[in-house]
Every structure is written in C-alpha cells, then in structure tokens.
Design a protein around this ligand. Structure first.
Ligand SMILES: Nc1ncnc2c1ncn2[C@@H]1O[C@H](COP(=O)(O)OP(=O)(O)OP(=O)(O)O)[C@@H](O)[C@H]1O
Ligand SMILES: [Mg+2]
Ligand SMILES: [Mg+2]
Length: 547
C-alpha cells in the first residue's frame, strides 16, 4: 500500500506540472485496485493503468562547504571575500613535490553530518582522483571519494507543510546514498570586455561534503523543503554555514519522468543551483519540459543543463551521451582513512591524531526535529509554530527568553513573536539580533497585558512605540500616551450610556433581536475610549444597559 499512497500524494503536489489532480486520484485508485486482481479480457484491451500518466523523479547531489579554518589537504585559510589568490598554498596551486595532509576537522564534520543524517559511518574509506580539465583545477584532477565514501545509507526527513500547514501526512523521507569528502575547485571569472578568463584559487582545495540523495523525490517543492531541512541540520551541527548566496551550498538536481509502473526515464542534471527558489523552479520547469518533449515524440538526452535565472528555464550545457571519462584512480598520496569507535580505539592512541566516531556521537547537539517536538510538548504550541521558530536565526532563543520573564502563557507569547515581532522584523528586513526590542521589554509589555493594565490594541500601540523609540519602557509609554485600561466601572458605564443615547436606531435593532449590532456598539465605545477599555467588560455593561 505504501508506494501508491506516496505516489498519489506526490503527484498531487506536482499537479501544476501538467498532472491534474483528478487524473492523479484515478491513478491512485487504479494502482491500488489493480494490484493482485485478475483483469477481465475487456480490461486487458484497455490501455495499461498509468499509461497516460507521468511521474517525475528527482535526485539531488548537494555540495556543501565544511566550516573549517583551513582547507581539506593544506593549511591555507578559508575566508569568504578575501582578495583573489591570497589564500593559496603551493599544494593548492599543484606545485610538483607538494603532498596532501588531511584536515582532521573536515573528517570530524563529515562524521558528525553522517551521524545526524542516520548514515552508517565507514570505519575505512578511500580517496580517489577524478580527472577533468578546467583552468580552475590546476592539478587536472579533484581528490574525492568514489569507491568507498566516508558515510552511506542515511535518510533525511522533512515536512512539506513546514511553517504554515504542518500535517503528519506531509512528512516525507528521502534516502541518502552517501556522503563523500572532496576538494572544491577554484573560481573562473570571465572578463567579457577584455575577453579573458581570470582564475582565483582561493576556493581551490576547500573541504566539501557531497551529499548524494537517492531519486526519491518528485517535484521542486519537495527538493526545496529537503534542502532547507538539510541546511538547518548543518547549521545546528556547525559543520557548514550552508549559505547558498555565498556559494557554501550548491545543488545539482537530477530529473527524469516516466509512466508509473515502468522503469525510470533518462535523467538530465541541472548543475550548480545556488538558491532554493531557483532549485524548485528549475526542477518544475525541467519536469514540464521533459513531459512535453516526450509527448511530442521527442527523446530526453542524458545531458547537463543550467538554469537561466532571467528566462526561468533550463538550457543545455553539454551532453553526457559520450559519458565523460573521469579516469578515476586511487589517490596514491593518501592512505585509507581509518576511523575508530570506543571498541576499536587503540589504548595508546593520541587523541589529536585519531577520530573516534562514538566520541562525536555523544556530542551531537539536539537536532531540529527533536527540538520541534520538545517545543510542542514543553510549551503546548502548534507544530507549525515550532517550525517557524527554527526557521529564523535566533528566534527560538528570543522566544524562550520572553517566556522566562513573563507570566503570560507560552501559547499567547508565540502569537506576539510570530505575528507582531516577526512582522516588524520582516518589514524592515532585520535579523532577530538587530531587533530594537529586547526579550525583557516584550516580556514587560506582555505582563502589563496579562494584568489587564492595557488592552490588546493599546499593547500593539506600545509595541510600535518601543520599536521606534529606543530607551523607553512600556510603563513610560503607557503613562505618556494615557493608554491605561479604564478600570473605573462608573466612568465606563457612563461612556456606554452616552454611546447608546447617541445611537437610538442601533438600540432598537438590538432590541428587535439583531445581536450583530452589539458588536458595532462595542466598537463605538472602544473608539470613544481610544481603545482603553476591555471589550469583554464593555459587552457586559452594554448587554445590561440594553435589557
Ligand atoms: N532516473 C533518475 N532520475 C532522476 N534522478 C536520478 C535518476 N537516477 C539517478 N538519479 C540521481 O542522480 C544522482 C547521481 O549522482 P552521482 O553522484 O551518483 O552520479 P553522477 O551525477 O553521475 O556524478 P557526478 O558526481 O559527476 O555528477 C543521484 O542524486 C541520484 O538520486
Ligand atoms: Mg555526484
Ligand atoms: Mg551528478
């Protein structure tokens, strides 16, 4: 049962790609009932179930830069935006006679990432040379792990509903085939005015993890959500900053289409996608293009394509038909990479020289999926809110600090954080760390609201003031602007009566049974008190006066 359910759900998500929801549901029903049931001779003449349907298959290769002060095999520094060619050792420039020296920090990062992604970490892995010729690869080969990578057979779970429409059924898992350690290349900068290419080797030799996923996804939205979850995990671990805009995380998307029940189609590979939005767009475009191509009697070539951001389409770069021969060979200058666990660790081992998998496992931080679950249990907030708290850097800490300092229930605090606070930040494009309001100020404001010293609209007004006038406290603002809630019952009763006296028509309508008009009257009283009266109390008084 699992496969058709998944496929149905996937296709629904992708129906904008030309696979309509009605047809998708039909496919689902057919796949279920068709299984194991004998087909009548009339049915046998009908086209096979799924023959007119298309299913898309997506598999990602993700290159992510390891957070480390130095490169994978040399001591050169790793810094973003350093002057060109200022971070290049003799080894990075491939001078003869130089040898690679493996960076332990990069190995630990790959082990940690592998463990967080439920992989088996190989106690022995191997390095290989992958040859290709490009000006920004001075050695003519890249050191990678082709035969035996550092981690294999993992999984990544993500939720398509994420921060808005979370539901258990939108939880998906993609299998991870392997994680391999490899070197990054340099950068080629094309100078069109002088028609020349300039080479910057600062990035040459920086440590990368290539995370290869199995072809388990089926549209841009799934790929985008999976990559976002991976980014969050990498940042939580501290193994990569995974910032796509700075090139620290780059995605190659492999895409094919086929008729359900038939073997997978020929894949194309869209290289070097550097934003989540473009990743989703490129995949959805490519699925649509391939379906159209096949429907028009064409063929899909096993080719490498690029995404043209301006035109929003993919374009052919080079075909893989004559499969590029990378002439893989074992890297002769690096011995097998041996890792240990508590059991295999030699007694006299120098902790500086060995990597102990168990030691790393014990120090894994709380992973995002566990944090979310804890937040839901601890604070009673909705699962989608737990996603939203993790999606913004520093937001969870801010929320927790507010909760610590206020009597207001976390369930109410979350509303202020996700609607008001985040709304203001977004409007001004600010990070949480740049907020003009501290957690204690917001907590103070919520305490006043909790004590019913002010109304909700007045609290919004105080928030606005706090945001724009640094240095003031909620108490000061309330006094200055006279925003205290009207506590005096007699005064409030007088205001209510005055409103009723001024609006005889509304009074008659209510008396005739039109209860909706009461809301209008409450609004009028609120206006008369400049939002300083509690709506619940106004309602009570009005109802009494209208009897
Ligand atoms: N039929 C298919 N449709 C879509 N994706 C596929 C299909 N078959 C394989 N894939 C995906 O293609 C990717 C293959 O990556 P892998 O690194 O193994 O090889 P490669 O792309 O040939 O090598 P390179 O690292 O040089 O790009 C995987 O992410 C896998 O899930
Ligand atoms: Mg690959
Ligand atoms: Mg590839």
């Amino acid at each position: 049962m699992a496969a058709p359910v998944l496929r149905g759900a996937r296709a629904v998500r992708c129906w904008s790609l030309g696979v309509g929801p009605r047809r998708t549901r039909a496919l689902f029903a057919e796949s279920v009932s068709g299984r194991g049931s004998r087909r009548s001779s009339a049915a046998a003449r009908e086209p096979r179930p799924g023959a007119h349907e298309w299913a898309a298959v997506v598999g990602l290769e993700i290159h992510t830069q390891i957070s480390s002060n130095s490169k994978l095999f040399s001591g050169s520094q790793v810094t973003f935006l350093a002057p060109p060619n200022s971070l290049v050792s003799f080894f990075d420039a491939s001078l003869p006679g130089t040898l690679p020296v493996l960076n332990k920090r990069c190995v630990e990062a790959a082990v940690m990432t592998g463990l967080a992604l439920n992989c088996t970490v190989n106690k022995k892995s191997l390095f290989d040379r992958k040859h290709y010729f490009y000006a920004d690869l001075p050695a003519g080969y890249q050191i990678t792990q082709q035969r035996l990578p550092i981690a294999v057979n993992g999984s990544l779970t993500y939720n398509l509903g994420g921060g808005t429409h979370w539901s258990p059924s939108a939880t998906k898992t993609v299998r991870i085939k392997q994680i391999q350690l490899e070197q990054d290349s340099g950068k080629s900068l094309h100078d069109d005015t002088r028609s020349q290419t300039l080479i910057d080797l600062n990035r040459a030799g920086v440590g990368l993890m290539e995370v290869v996923m199995e072809p388990d996804m089926s549209c841009g939205d799934e790929a985008a959500t999976a990559v976002r979850e991976l980014q969050l995990i990498l940042r939580t671990l501290g193994t990569s900053q995974a910032n796509m805009a700075e090139g620290q995380l780059r995605v190659d998307a492999n895409i094919s289409v086929h008729h359900p029940g038939e073997p997978f189609g020929v894949r194309t590979e869209v290289k070097n996608l550097n934003s989540i939005r473009f990743l989703a767009k490129a995949i959805d475009y490519e699925i649509k293009r391939q379906i159209e191509e096949l429907q028009n009697g064409g063929k899909i070539l096993n080719e490498t394509r690029a995404f043209d951001e301006k035109l929003g389409c993919t374009v052919s770069m080079r075909d893989k038909e004559g499969k590029q021969d990378y002439r893989f060979m074992p890297e002769p200058n690096l011995p097998p990479l041996i890792l240990y666990d508590a059991e295999s660790l030699p007694v006299a081992a120098d902790p500086q020289q060995v990597v102990n998998i168990d030691w790393i496992r014990e120090r894994l931080p709380e992973l995002p999926s566990v944090t979310r679950q804890r937040l839901v249990e601890q604070y009673g907030i909705l699962p989608e809110h737990s996603f939203a708290l993790l999606n913004e850097d520093g937001l969870l800490e801010f929320f927790q600090n507010v909760v610590k300092e206020t009597r207001t229930e976390p369930k109410k605090v979350i509303g202020w954080i996700l609607t008001t606070f985040l709304g203001y930040l977004k409007q001004q494009n600010l990070a949480v760390s740049e907020s003009p309001i501290s957690p204690s100020l917001l907590a103070e404001l919520l305490n006043l609201l909790d004590r019913k010293a002010i109304s909700v609209p007045a609290a919004q007004q105080v928030f606005e003031e706090l945001w724009h006038n640094k240095g003031k406290t909620p108490g000061q603002i309330i006094r200055e602007k006279k925003l205290e809630l009207l506590q005096n019952q007699e005064e409030l009763e007088e205001i209510c009566q005055a409103v009723l006296d001024k609006h005889p028509q509304e009074v008659t309508a209510v008396k005739k049974g039109n209860q909706k008009v009461v809301n209008k009257l409450i609004g009028l009283v609120r206006r008369a008190t400049q939002g300083r009266a509690d709506p619940g109390r106004i309602k009570q008084i009005l109802e009494k006066q209208l009897q």
